[in-house]
Design a protein around this ligand. Structure first.
Ligand code: NDP
Length: 449
């Protein structure tokens, strides 16, 4: 059996059947290439057409979302839910509201989510959804009316044992609250159908922090594997949203120095390092006032603002991209390498382009894919589902301890499958193989469904 040819032929079919879905092709290509050693040893996966099946979502739901803006004008958006794979548990994955949202982006995210969720050790399948709705500049009333309209269709497709959405870009605690309220009204039941809920109505402690904290816990494990630590490291963070904020907070707590953050307009560079007080200002700015990151530079004179720029040109030891897909391109990777960076750990989903990954790996920069390093968010979502099922609420300390343990276990699993004879860990290969094996085994066992 020529496994290379099989992989290439299958990829060609994926591209042909899903035309113009570049992000989806990119995500599938990365996984298929890195699982070659597994396929060579398990020809039964090829016979059972696991690759062909795993790259086709089980179900895609698309719907109209009509709503009325503050001027009384009717607006129409597209709504989606991609139920990608339920081999190991109910579909689970976030909702993204951003003008760039389309089927390609949600299929790439749902595909990635399937393997990420397998790595967590919690029984959750993969899904993703969202809308091309742009929350920027919308009033609370507009956000609520949009959320209610979105849920008035979505509610018939989800459920605590079927599909459990959460937040993602543009969907945070406020939006989950409105979505949950509408679900409860329509379904007439109070169940754990969404995660990321408020603490007063079934949410989990540490869920807002989980993705960012988890990224830094994973980074600490990766550093530890090379007898190193976060203390004193200069760290670049992109984004200023949920993942970025809590990654910055944990880096500060662990003694690292965060030099940058950013939003979709530009980046801020603080040569003194962002401390707890400055971070509190950014959190208020982004979560309450819903302002722009440049206002941070206006408040603190030592901070520089660079309109339209990304953080990757600033000399540092570690990069944590926490904004969006394909935000680290080849020239950015070259800049990181030239400045002596030694780690890139993804907080966002697929923030690094394939060319950039190749350049980083060639330069021996440790590259950790988001499906391993940002799995802390969905892990605590899984813990939120457990607490809802038990009608219980665990303390911050208990959830944080469980999160740390999950991130350590993911690191161990990924290292097991990605370590070479010299003891170097290929985190991309390890994550893809460990995630794939679990899902593929479950699919084989359940027959052709
Ligand atoms: P938020 O909406 O809270 O924050 C997103 C941040 O990224 C904002 O600062 C935003 O800028 C910036 N951003 C968004 N789109 C772009 C773009 N096209 N170019 C430049 N900057 C951009 O989202 P999250 O923090 O929740 O998500 C960030 C990433 O992490 C995403 O890739 C998401 O899929 C991933 N992720 C999130 C998880 C979670 O639990 N929330 C879990 C796992 C992964 P602005 O303020 O201008 O909008």
């Amino acid at each position: 059996m020529d496994v290379d040819k099989y992989i290439n032929d299958t990829l060609a079919t994926v591209v042909e059947r899903n035309p113009h879905e570049n992000e989806f092709h990119q995500a599938v290509e990365e996984v298929f290439h890195s699982i070659k050693p597994v396929l060579t040893q398990h020809l039964e996966y090829i016979d059972a057409k696991i690759l062909e099946r795993i790259s086709e979502p089980e179900r895609v739901i698309m719907f109209r979302v009509p709503w009325v803006d503050d001027q009384g004008e009717i607006q129409i958006n597209k709504g989606y839910r991609v139920q990608f794979n339920s081999a190991i548990g109910p579909y689970k994955g976030g909702l993204r509201w951003h003008p760039s949202v389309n089927l390609s982006i949600l299929k790439f995210l749902g595909f990635e989510q399937t393997f990420k969720n397998a790595l967590t050790g919690i029984p959750m399948g993969g899904g993703k959804g969202g809308s091309n709705f742009d929350p920027h500049g919308k009033s609370d009333g507009e956000i609520m009316r949009f959320a209610q309209s979105f849920m008035s269709e979505l509610y018939r497709h989800i459920g605590a044992e079927t599909d459990v959405p959460a937040g993602d870009i543009g969907v945070g605690g406020r939006e989950i609250g409105y979505l949950f309220g509408m679900y409860k009204k329509l379904a007439n039941e109070f169940t754990g159908v969404l995660t990321g809920k408020g603490l007063t109505f079934g949410g989990s402690n540490i869920r807002p922090e989980a993705t960012g904290f988890g990224v830094v816990y994973f980074l600490a494990e990766a550093l530890k594997a090379r007898d190193d630590g976060i203390e004193g490291k200069r760290i670049l963070v992109s984004g200023a949203g949920n993942v970025a904020q809590y990654a910055v907070q944990k880096v500060i707590q662990m003694g690292g120095k965060v030099l940058t953050m950013s939003d979709s307009s530009g980046m801020v560079y603080d040569p003194d390092g962002i401390d707890e007080e400055k971070l509190a200002f950014i959190m208020e700015l982004k979560n309450v006032k819903r302002g722009r990151i440049k206002e941070f530079a206006e408040k603190y004179p030592s901070v520089e603002y660079h309109e339209g720029q990304k953080p990757w040109g600033v000399p540092a030891d570690i990069a944590l991209p926490c904004a969006t897909q394909n935000e680290v391109e080849l020239p950015d990777a070259k800049a990181l390498i030239a400045n002596g960076a030694t780690y890139l750990v993804e907080g966002a989903n697929m923030p690094t382009t394939p060319e950039a990954i190749e350049a980083l790996q060639e330069a021996m920069v440790i590259y950790v894919p988001g499906k391993a390093s940002n799995a802390g968010g969905v892990s605590v979502s899984g813990l939120e589902m457990s607490q809802n099922a038990l009608k219980a609420q665990w303390s911050r300390e208990v959830v944080d301890e469980k999160l740390q343990e999950i991130m350590r276990n993911i690191h161990q699993k990924v290292a097991e499958h990605g370590e070479d004879a010299q003891g170097n860990i290929d985190y991309m290969q390890g994550a893809n193989i460990a995630g794939f094996l679990k899902v593929a085994e479950a699919m084989l066992a359940q027959g052709l469904v």
